[in-house]
Structures are given as C-alpha cells and as structure tokens.
Design a protein. Structure first.
Length: 207
C-alpha cells in the first residue's frame, strides 16, 4: 500500500492541478461546486465526495489523460488466447497500454482534450477507462485512491485560489518513470481563500 499508493497519488494530484490551472474555467466551476455543496464552515470530508460530481469527473478525466501506471501491472495469460488479433500463448507476460487506450480516437471523442464533462451523468464502460485495470485483477486500491485524490484535490480547490505563474500554459510533457511523472514539476501561484481563516481559528481553538 505504501509503495504502490504514495507515488501514484502524488503524481495524479500534480497532473490534476496542472490541468486545472491550464483550464481556469473548469477550475472555477469545480470551486463553485465545492462552495455550493460543502460551504466555508468546514473542510471537504469523505461524506461530501458523493455530492461533488464535477470534481469526480475532473479526477476521472485526469486518470484518463495521465494514468499513473500507463502500462498497468504486468499480467500472465493463464491459457492460450487471442488479443487484438494476435495469438498469445499460455504463460506469456501481457502489458496493457492504458495510456494508448485512453487516447484512442476510436474509443474517445477528442481524446487529447481535457473535458471532464464527458464523465458527467454517464456510465463509462470499464474497458474504455482502465487506470486501475479491470476484471478479477482490478487494483484493490481503486476506492482508496479515488477518496484520497478527491479529498486532496478538493481541499486544494476549496482553500486556495490558483493561477499559473505566467501567461504560458503549464508544460504537460511527460517524464520517464513507471508512474509517469511530469517532466517539469508544477509551479503555480496560490492565494488563501476565506475558509482558511476558519480552519486556522478552529485548529488554534482546539490546540
């Protein structure tokens, strides 16, 4: 859990924030949703996540564009089979390129664009979005990852206003690594929102 969950979660958070500062209209919409459903009296908590549909759509779109494990975890074929027209003998190591599936124009409309709206109000087939794999070998950390990313990203949006450090868009070039980090670490400007005053007051009062 520590090895597989720590790096993948931080990488996903960095990609999500990079996408959001590059798309301020989407960031503004996510902030409005948090203000409407969570408010300014408490930090976003786990029970709030089920109400934050647009935030969940942003997370799903981030998983689609930048899956933390682009080749998923290696699997072994348990029997002779055919995959994509290729004969795969039993006991062959199989690598699934989730990154390629997520950007396939035959599977997704306008696949390289950041459009969280594509996940609003519609179920997406499991074979189309598979950052955690699928079937019996589905990653057991799926639920934990969605909650941790939701709480982390929600808190960042709820507590701070974010902007790029310049007029130039944040570079979304991918670096090398099993968990596909950004080539250049994210740099952004932030300003504390009103809720931070209450958070600081509450933490001081309870100290």
């Amino acid at each position: 859990m520590i090895l597989a969950g720590t790096d993948t979660l931080t990488v996903t958070m960095e990609w999500a924030m990079s996408l959001l500062v590059n798309h301020p209209v989407i960031l503004k919409k996510a902030r409005a949703e948090l203000d409407a459903h969570v408010g300014h009296n408490h930090l976003v908590d786990e029970p709030d996540l089920s109400k934050l549909h647009y935030l969940q759509a942003i997370i799903s779109e981030t998983f689609r564009l930048f899956p933390a494990a682009p080749l998923l975890v290696p699997h072994m074929s348990s029997d002779d089979c055919t995959i994509g027209g290729f004969n795969v003998p039993r006991d062959t190591m199989v690598l699934v390129n989730a990154w390629a599936v997520h950007r396939d124009p035959k599977v997704w409309d306008d696949p390289t664009s950041f459009k969280p709206e594509r996940f609003e109000g519609a179920e997406v087939a499991g074979h189309k979005l598979l950052p955690f794999g699928m079937g019996r070998r589905l990653c057991p950390g799926l639920g934990l990852a969605q909650r941790v990313v939701g709480l982390g990203l929600g808190s960042l949006i709820q507590c701070f206003e974010w902007e790029r450090v310049s007029e130039n868009a944040v570079d979304l070039t991918e670096g090398d690594g099993l968990t596909m980090p950004k080539l250049k670490p994210l740099e952004a400007m932030c300003k504390a929102r009103e809720i931070m005053k209450k958070v600081r007051y509450d933490s001081t009062a309870n100290a």
